[in-house]
Design a protein around this ligand. Structure first.
Ligand code: FVH
Length: 309
């Protein structure tokens, strides 16, 4: 299994080679994300054992230098570091049922809730293994492309994170966010939730211009640039949450913003567009204003969502 080390981890033209100083590992799950991870580890020279529920998905990896295991148990038996990237938490139950995990290090890159991650950590430790949870902040084309900026949140066993730092960092950047196994999932879901809020706003914007003589392709850069320009507002929200002073450095008063809400509602109506994506947010803004918070901006809505106020 010892071959020449690769010169460039991310060079597509590099022939797959493995090196004795690279961690060997098993990867369970060769979906879109698992396949991208597998190829990056192979190109980086890691001896890799792969397993997938549907064997046809594993077969191409033999030609790329991977050991293809007949079962998840075989893949786990042959390695100490076990990375799992499956559809959901239930897939892990099925895949790892009856598999001997004693002395193994399990890194779970499957998206799940913080509670699932914490339960999986207990489940793993009860089986004599160490547990590190991961939340992937990337889509498959970003894997193995450092300049794309993708990374993985990790939480749980810090020793595992540190011991396999180079290996975990080969496909994507890494950010360790704490010993609580649920924190990677919490960071992951929080960021993805913000992303869906952004997509919801963009969806509403496209609906407003749809049907008019406005080219969506010409409109898109205006929309994208505006979202980028507004994104730094999260830092002020964070400062205000941290200090508890929601009126500090306010630029756009809540009273002013709520006064503008009917403009958004009427424009949507005139364009024949439902306000159902924005209406809950507008309702929360009005409720916060009714609490006498007109000199704040939007930070107080965080407390409303948490049932305070
Ligand atoms: N792809 C993406 O854009 C996102 C980016 C952020 C992170 N997610 C999460 O990564 C996990 C895997 O996602 P994926 O993109 O690889 O998903 P699929 O291509 O659908 O592959 C799913 C794999 O899971 C296997 N699988 C499903 N159910 C079971 C089961 N009951 N037992 C064993 N394996 C199972 C499936 O096997 P097969 O269908 O080929 O037999 C695939 O290997 C996921 O948590 C994302 O949220 C991806």
């Amino acid at each position: 299994m010892t071959r020449t080390p690769v010169a460039n981890t991310f060079d597509d033209t590099t022939t797959t080679t493995t090196s004795a100083d690279k961690d060997s590992l098993a990867l369970l799950g060769l979906g879109a994300m698992g396949s991208a991870l597998a190829r990056t580890w192979l190109r980086a020279g890691h001896p890799l054992t792969v397993w997938n529920r549907t064997p046809a998905r594993s077969a191409p990896f033999a030609a790329e230098g991977a050991n293809v295991a007949d079962s998840a148990a075989d893949a786990v038996a042959a390695n100490r570091l076990i990375v799992v990237c499956l559809l959901d938490d239930a897939s892990l139950d099925v895949t790892l049922e009856g598999v001997d995990l004693r002395g193994k290090d399990l890194v779970n890159l499957t998206t799940g809730t913080p509670a699932q991650a914490r339960a999986r950590a207990e489940w793993t430790e009860a089986r004599g293994a160490r547990y590190l949870d991961g939340g992937i902040m990337a889509v498959p084309p970003m894997v193995g492309v450092p300049e794309a900026g993708g990374y993985v949140f990790y939480s749980g066993a810090r020793e595992v994170f540190e011991e396999y730092g180079d290996t975990l960092g080969a496909p994507l950047g890494t950010k360790y966010v704490g010993a609580d196994a649920g924190f990677a999932a919490l960071h992951d879901v929080a960021l993805l939730s913000a992303m869906y809020g952004m997509f919801a706003g963009a969806t509403h914007a496209f609906a407003l211009i749809r049907g008019e003589d406005i080219d969506p392709v010409a409109f898109a850069p205006l929309l994208g640039d505006w979202l980028v320009a507004m994104a730094p507002a999260v830092h002020q929200t964070a400062e205000q949450l941290s200090s508890g002073d929601y009126e500090k450095d306010v630029v756009s008063r809540l009273a002013m913003q709520v006064a503008g809400v009917p403009t958004f509602e009427r424009t949507a109506e005139q364009q024949g567009v439902s306000t159902e994506l924005l209406a809950p947010y507008f309702e929360l803004m009005r409720r916060r204003l009714a609490m006498g918070s007109g000199d704040e901006d939007l930070t107080g809505v965080v407390d409303l969502l948490r049932g305070r106020g």
